[in-house]
Design a protein around this ligand. Structure first.
Ligand SMILES: *Cc1c(COP(=O)(O)O)cnc(C)c1O
Length: 396
């Protein structure tokens, strides 16, 4: 797949790892629903035995993901070229944690997706004795202090949810390689998609996405994607995918591959409209503060310019009048749907303290800065003037 390195991203989202069907010439893979494949003699087959293990539709998606994230593995090295598809983002993360031994130490970003914190602390701490240290990784010195040589996994998100904190990935990788050479470095890339940032190019071992969000982008399939450029990790993950069995089904693999075909143009629109909406909100009398990596007022704007190819589709605001104002805004919006999730073509808005982050204790929310006046927008690809008019009337 070496020719993929010369392709630009907008071309890769169409062609990476794809080829016409050898029998019919079909330009999209068929949705291959068979659970089993006929063998001509015991053990003699065309590389496909049983659909949990090998599925052509899933492989097509996986090769795409490997290509998009610059995994750089050939199809001979791994049938998904270093890309993997699981039945949810959480299933993908759970399989990644299976790469490290029981009782391991994990160092994770303090502002993590709630479900990931729950998996680490309420499931894996009990079942596998995992110990997770939550650290503010915006501060590499704090990371260095927490990083013991026994650390087996470093896990972060950047930008985080909903505070849009960034992490300097090359700086973290440099410290980790020196101080905990055995640690696997993983980044949950859900908020950037493969278009705005690619962790493997920044020194990480694993990029992971909840494809439920931007990668599929149409709010019609739950899934999780992983890419790795390390052959040893790819081999083990392929074994785990087969053994644990949390695979993405063929129909969802097809939908996700179809969604990715428009990822580059969707992200361009998400990036552009979010920037406009962030600027609009920044000027609004009822808004106390806007958090958006593209605004010079973002505490890590310089890092954002260096590390991101686009500032993303999520805009977070603090309203001046707290919960009451937030409730009014959320009840009055017409185009923005009041809903959890993000990254779809349709615009969504939500209240983290009551909705997505309700499972985070009030004390912890206060520590992180997720207040009752905080509202998070996921900016869709509708006409941006309509979106701004909608927010304007809802705040009015
Ligand atoms: C949604 C989400 C997940 C979990 O993914 P599912 O597909 O819902 O299992 C993980 N990380 C982040 C950042 C997310 O937004």
């Amino acid at each position: 797949m070496s020719e993929q390195h010369e392709m630009r991203l907008a071309t890769k989202v169409i062609h990476s790892g794809q080829r016409p069907d050898p029998v019919t010439g079909a330009v999209m893979p068929s949705i291959s629903v068979a659970s089993t494949y006929a063998q001509s003699s015991p053990g003699v087959h065309q590389g496909f035995e049983y659909s949990r293990v090998q599925n052509p539709t899933r492989y097509a998606l996986e090769r795409m993901v490997g290509g998009l994230e610059s995994a750089g593995l050939s199809e001979e090295e791994d049938p998904g070229c270093g890309g993997f598809a699981f039945c949810s983002g959480m299933a993908a993360i759970a399989n990644i944690v299976e790469l490290i031994p029981a009782g391991s130490r994990i160092v994770a970003m303090d502002d993590l997706y709630g479900g990931t914190g729950r998996l680490f602390t309420q499931v894996l701490a009990e079942s596998r004795g995992m110990r997770t240290a939550y650290v503010d990784l915006t501060d590499p010195a704090a990371f260095e202090r927490e990083l013991t040589p026994e650390t087996k996994l470093v896990w972060l998100e950047a930008p985080t949810n909903p505070l849009l904190k960034l992490v300097d990935l090359p700086a973290i990788a440099k410290i980790a390689r020196r101080q905990a050479p055995d640690a696997i470095l993983g980044c949950d890339s859900t908020f950037t998609s493969s278009i705005n940032m690619r962790p493997l190019e920044l020194g990480f071992d694993i990029a992971m996405h909840s494809s439920t969000k931007f990668m599929n982008g149409h709010s019609d399939a739950v899934g999780g994607l992983i890419a790795t450029n390390r052959r040893d990790i790819a081999e083990r993950l392929r074994f785990l995918q087969m053994s644990v069995g949390a695979v993405l089904p063929p129909f969802d693999s097809y939908l996700t591959l179809r969604g990715i075909k428009t990822l580059a143009i969707r992200m361009a629109k998400h990036n552009e409209s979010s920037m406009r909406i962030a600027k609009f909100l920044d000027q609004h009398a009822k808004v106390e503060r806007v958090l958006y990596p593209g605004l010079p007022s973002h505490p890590q704007h310089e890092l954002a310019k260096k590390q991101l190819d686009g500032f993303g589709g999520i805009v977070t605001i603090f309203l001046k009048d707290g919960l009451e104002e937030a409730r009014r805004l959320l009840e009055r919006v017409r185009l923005f749907a009041l809903a959890e999730s993000l990254g779809g073509v349709e615009s969504l808005v939500e209240h983290p303290a009551i909705m997505t982050h309700a499972s985070v204790s009030p004390e912890r929310r206060a520590e992180l800065g997720i207040s009752d006046s905080l509202v998070r927008f996921s900016v869709g690809i509708e006409d941006c003037d309509d979106l701004i008019a909608d927010i304007e009337q809802a705040l009015g």
